[in-house]
Write a protein that binds this ligand. Structure first.
Ligand code: ACM
Ligand code: ZN
Length: 737
């Protein structure tokens, strides 16, 4: 062998070995500047964490992050002189970085994280953890792992100062432990605002000592076995806030005003206009009862509530809600009407502005600024505040013009209580908005195009929202196919991850460095991190690379997008499952509609299917699809039942037409009769001979429903057969006559 070939071989061996021991760099959010230097640092049990004055807490956080998986308690020392191989945390006031910025340098010899303030050090640590093998997130000791870190030089700083997540603990009460875990999930991605939706119609969750009924009454709904709820004691809040602040997370409490306050009104009826004794609702709805603006006692109450709130939350912001107020009560209330007269106001909308102004003055004495949903920055609030824009960019533009700061929380990109897809089997999340895919959560920017340069700083950042109203909504928590547990926390994790990672990159990484394909690529090992940390998440479907038309069918190429997972597929029209064939190379399939593929992380953890929906455009006039038949669904010569689930398709009394429509095959489908059952009992039938295939004749069946009942199960059985052979495919549609 020539020596040049030997060198080449050795070089290849080195590359192969290196790629096995040092993983690719895929930090999320993507750092502003990052260069790999080809070196490797290995953390060993005898290494020290060396910190400069003021960083003891960060050094301890790093130590406690490394300890469970490595099984080591690295020594922490404050020093300037250490020269050993070590991890150094350094405060440097002269760095030209923002207060959240940091540098991270990894070489063969040492790791140095430097920043102006401890927030930056914390973020350097988060990037460092993401450079380590994914097992570092495990809470159990991981044996036989080389804790290698690829050599990099990172200089990083966030684009936006507000990188928030809202957690709705009112509609569903999450225990303190979950809130703390949620803060960890945020901090992993350098999100820095927990917008804590503590108050809403369905529950008051914050202990206020002066008003004990807020939590003894306002935190609970239902009776007997159905009683549920809960609240955070002031001690709980202190713990949550301390945990957050060590991780540079600002906890902003939301004390809703004036609407979404039924929980407070149920506890203290005099806060409302009508002063009726109302109950904390068991089901989500938006109450028309709100705080009375006419009575001074309302302001006294709020002053007291704020005083106790501010003693717990050091944030310079207070969120006052302000959304969705309906004015029916104010319009009829003598106190509110007298207030309007006194103030010379001619619309209740202006009464809300008056309310907000007084609240701004009240909280201003405590050095706080109000944040509210975009309703508060309309209609002439002059005091500078922060509008959280959920409606549209127009609201942002008018808010900016009026001098307010804004945070973008657009429903179309930020409402993570909406499902990611409409794939059958997807969890039933909020349904009032279109799905927000991971890509949709990624592909937007908080900056408002076209605003003047000097106004850009008024755009503070973005805020994801996890409302919990849609899953208490009179329903039980739903079964999550990929999770198989009904626990609310799993449900929230599923909605949050991975979209929270997308939000983090939206808010951190400059737009010009953001790229969906790169992000999706970087995400692939992050699912492994969630597995290691025990966080729930939505497993993404395999990625479709191509579907080429070839002789007699299609060739489908896929890519696995979850590191370490398998892609499994089926080509026979039945759902792919954890036992289906493992995908290794492009697959041939006769019909696209017969193909399905899933990502399988484990037997319990797998994705919804990637599949090709039939194009129904040509059949639209026949109504909605009820079912489809394939060769396996029909017999050859004798008529036999073909059963279809029509629940939801039969949705009121009336006359329905059911049509059989041939799509593929050589032998036609013969139909003898169609029968409709309600809860298993026959209610009507249409017996006549029909067929479809080649041409179709008498292939529509008429079913007259007079006994419709909400919640009843409707089933249709058709007697069908293949004429001569049974190779046909087709669709069954239903419509109201
Ligand atoms: C909201 O979604 N009502 C802010
Ligand atoms: Zn009133």
């Amino acid at each position: 062998m020539k020596s040049r070939n030997v060198v080449r071989l050795l070089l290849m061996l080195v590359i192969v070995l290196a790629s096995q021991t040092v993983k690719a760099v895929n930090v999320i959010p993507r750092p502003v500047k990052m260069v790999e230097n080809g070196q490797v640092f290995t953390i060993k049990s005898d290494m020290k964490i060396v910190y400069s004055a003021g960083l003891k807490e960060q050094a301890e956080l790093l130590e406690s992050a490394l300890s469970p998986a490595t099984g080591w308690d690295l020594e922490i020392v404050e020093s300037k002189k250490i020269k050993d191989k070590a991890i150094f945390l350094k405060l440097d006031k002269n760095l030209e970085l923002s207060k959240e910025g940091y540098t991270l340098k990894v070489t063969n010899k040492k790791i140095v994280i430097a920043a102006k303030e401890s927030a930056g050090i914390f973020y350097g640590i988060q990037s460092l953890l993401q450079l380590l093998p994914v097992e570092i997130y495990n809470k159990q000791r991981q044996k036989n792992i080389a804790w290698n870190i690829p050599g990099v030089e990172i200089e990083d700083t966030p684009t936006y100062k507000w990188r928030g997540m809202m957690l709705d603990v009112s509609r569903y009460f999450f225990e303190k432990e979950y809130v703390i875990r949620f803060i960890d999930m945020m901090a992993m991605y350098k999100l820095n605002v927990l917008h804590f939706h503590l108050i809403d119609d369905s529950g008051w969750r914050l202990e206020i000592k002066k008003y004990p009924k807020l939590t003894s009454i306002g935190a609970w709904s239902g009776e007997g076995e159905k009683r549920h709820g809960g609240f955070y004691t002031q001690e709980d809040i202190k713990e949550i806030v301390a945990h957050a602040s060590a991780r540079n997370v600002d906890v902003i409490p939301e004390i809703e005003i004036p609407a979404h306050t039924l929980s407070a009104i149920a506890a203290y009826p005099h806060l409302s206009c009508e002063e009726k004794q109302l109950k904390v609702p068991e089901q989500h709805f938006i109450s028309r009862d709100l705080y009375c603006v006419g009575k001074e006692s309302t302001f006294e109450f709020l002053e007291d509530v704020f005083e106790e709130t501010f003693a717990l939350f050091p944030s310079s912001y207070i969120h006052i809600g302000g959304d969705e107020a309906r004015y029916d009560r104010w319009a009829k209330c003598p106190h509110c009407q007298a207030r309007m007269k006194e103030q010379g106001l001619n619309h209740e909308k202006q009464l809300q502005v008056y309310f907000n102004k007084r609240i701004q003055k009240m909280v201003g004495k405590h050095g706080k600024t109000i944040v509210g949903w975009d309703e508060i920055i309309e209609d002439g609030l002059t005091e500078k505040s922060v509008g959280m824009v959920w409606h549209d960019k127009k609201k942002a533009i008018s808010g900016i013009k009026a001098g307010h700061d804004i945070v973008m929380a657009l429903t179309g990109h930020c409402y993570f209580d909406v499902a990611e897809s409409k794939i059958p089997g997807e969890i039933k999340a909020a349904t009032w908005l279109a799905p927000i895919s991971l890509q949709k959560a990624y592909e937007w920017d908080p900056m408002i195009e076209g605003i003047a340069e000097e106004n850009r700083k008024q755009v503070l950042g973005g805020n994801g929202c996890l409302w919990s109203d849609q899953f208490i909504h009179g329903t039980i928590l739903q079964r999550l196919a990929p999770i198989n547990e009904n626990r609310a926390e799993q449900y929230m994790d599923y909605l949050a991850f991975p979209r929270m990672a997308a939000l983090a990159e939206v808010c951190w990484t400059p737009l010009k460095l953001r790229n969906w394909n790169q992000f999706e690529q970087n995400m692939r090992t992050h699912y492994n991190r969630y597995d290691q940390a025990g966080y729930g998440y939505r497993v993404p479907q395999p990625k479709l690379i191509s579907k080429k038309e070839v002789k007699g069918g299609f060739e489908i190429s896929l890519e696995n997008v979850v590191a370490g997972a398998e892609v499994r597929y089926a080509t026979d029209g039945i759902p792919a499952n954890v036992h289906s064939t493992v995908y290794t190379k492009p697959v041939f399939v006769k019909r696209l509609s017969d193909f399905q593929a899933i990502s399988v992380v484990s037997r319990q953890q797998y994705s919804l299917p990637l599949y090709f929906a039939q194009k129904y455009d040509e059949f639209k006039k026949y109504g909605k699809m009820v079912s489809q038949w394939r060769p396996k669904d029909i017999t050859g010569k004798v008529f036999a039942d073909f059963e279809m689930n029509a629940t939801g398709k039969i949705n009121k009394n009336g006359t329905y037409e059911l049509s059989f429509l041939y799509t593929d095959g050589t032998y036609r489908l013969d139909i003898e009769s169609v029968t409709l059952y309600k809860n298993g009992k026959q209610i009507t039938e249409d017996v006549h001979a029909g067929f479809t295939g080649g041409s179709s004749e008498n292939n529509t069946y008429v079913l007259s429903v007079k006994e419709y009942e909400t919640g009843a199960a409707f089933t249709i059985k058709a007697k069908v057969r293949g004429d001569q052979g049974k190779d046909s495919y087709g669709l069954v549609f239903i419509k109201m006559k």
